[in-house]
Write a protein that binds this ligand. Structure first.
Ligand SMILES: Cc1cc2nc3c(=O)[nH]c(=O)nc-3n(C[C@H](O)[C@H](O)[C@H](O)COP(=O)(O)OP(=O)(O)OC[C@H]3O[C@@H](n4cnc5c(N)ncnc54)[C@H](O)[C@@H]3O)c2cc1C
Length: 322
């Protein structure tokens, strides 16, 4: 850190006080339980505070990134040089008008599922058991069992990199399979969702059935980020990995789950390096044996361009990138 940068971090700490942590270890905030420190981790108390941090970062050229519950990220062991933002406090509300909800990006998805269930609002049961926040779910267009959050979105509210507020329609958001091209680079504040009428009892039964199905098919005993790779057209990443003999492969404390081959688990104090190397190993192994280049679903934080190049598709590879 240069002298000028030191001043920036100190000023940040002075301004945001108890909502700002310097050199905060990110393993505390990721589902993998790995990741080095962020220069600063800030949980803005209000939208104005959030805008102010973004404005400061923009002015000083300091990188920043939002983290939800870290359920779909791999953070480098070196950590992140810049500011990590958590929107749990400043964007943590759910408001209802009939069957329409306005939901903050920091709301945990399971809180939203429970809210809907209690009030007999149907349409989001497929999200039962998906960890993360609404912001992360929008960014990833999270889904399961044929449903995706994008199907329920009327609009998304966001800030651009300069901190200016924007409203983005569902069409503009560009929802696709595990992506939302029109939201890239934005800080999502929340969204409006339209739901259907349902019975709380039925919704509860549906949620329980989905959670049971997840427990049966997914290795939930160890830290992971869920599916590591996207589904290739007409195939399943897990099936290709299994066929390529990937189940049970290990690098350090990271292992390909013997239960579900598209899950890489932190079974014994893995580092981000272990997990990254295992991702590369699996990707290359599947490519050699099937010609399919699996595109990662997981997002990488703090990795250099050079490191990420190892994950790029070779010239002639078929890819699972949609
Ligand atoms: C056991 C397990 C099971 C899973 N099952 C599923 C599943 O069935 N279906 C599925 O789709 N996913 C699944 N996942 C992956 C994960 O739950 C989803 O991708 C989830 O939506 C991530 O939410 P998050 O808040 O944790 O986002 P994070 O992982 O924190 O972030 C994901 C990306 O979104 C960005 N981001 C987050 N919030 C914002 C915001 N407010 N503004 C701008 N950018 C933001 C981050 O910078 C990052 O690039 C699973 C994960 C686990 C651990």
């Amino acid at each position: 850190m240069t002298k000028a940068e030191t001043t920036f971090w100190q000023l940040l700490k002075r301004r945001f006080g108890a909502s700002c942590w310097l050199n905060e270890p990110l393993w505390r905030h990721t589902a993998y339980r790995v990741g080095g420190p962020a220069d600063a981790f800030i949980k803005p108390a209000t939208l104005q505070d959030l805008q102010e941090v973004i404005h400061w970062c923009y002015r000083e050229g300091v990188p920043f990134q939002v983290l939800g519950k870290g359920a779909n990220v791999l953070v480098h062991d070196r950590g992140y040089r810049g500011v990590i933002l958590s929107l749990e406090t400043c964007c943590g509300d759910i408001r209802r008008k009939g069957r329409v909800l306005t939901v903050g990006a920091g709301v945990p998805v399971q809180k939203l599922v429970a809210y809907c269930e209690e009030r007999g609002l149907a349409g989001l049961q497929f999200m039962s058991g998906i960890p993360g926040t609404v912001g992360g779910a929008l960014m990833m267009n999270a889904g399961a069992f044929g449903g995706e959050i994008g199907d329920r979105v009327l609009w998304v509210e966001a800030l651009n990199r300069q901190g200016r507020r924007r409203r983005i329609s569902r069409e503009q958001a560009g929802f696709g399979y595990r992506r939302a091209t029109g939201l890239r680079g934005l800080v999502l504040l929340g969204c409006r969702l339209h739901l259907e009428e349902g019975s709380p009892d039925q919704l509860r039964q549906q949620r329980q059935a989905i959670v049971l199905r997840r427990e049966k098919n997914q290795p939930l005993d160890y830290p992971s980020c869920g599916s590591v790779f996207k589904r290739p057209p007409g195939e399943y990443a897990g099936r290709l990995i299994e066929r390529a003999g990937g189940k049970g492969l290990r690098v350090g404390g990271a292992m390909v789950s013997p239960k579900h081959a598209n899950f890489i688990l932190n079974v014994a104090g893995a580092t981000a390096r272990d997990i990254f190397h295992l991702i590369v190993t699996v990707q290359q192994r599947v490519y050699r044996q099937t010609g399919v280049w699996l595109a990662p679903e997981v997002k990488f934080i703090g990795f250099s361009e050079q490191e990420l190049q190892q994950l790029e598709k070779p010239e002639n590879g078929t890819t699972s990138e949609g």
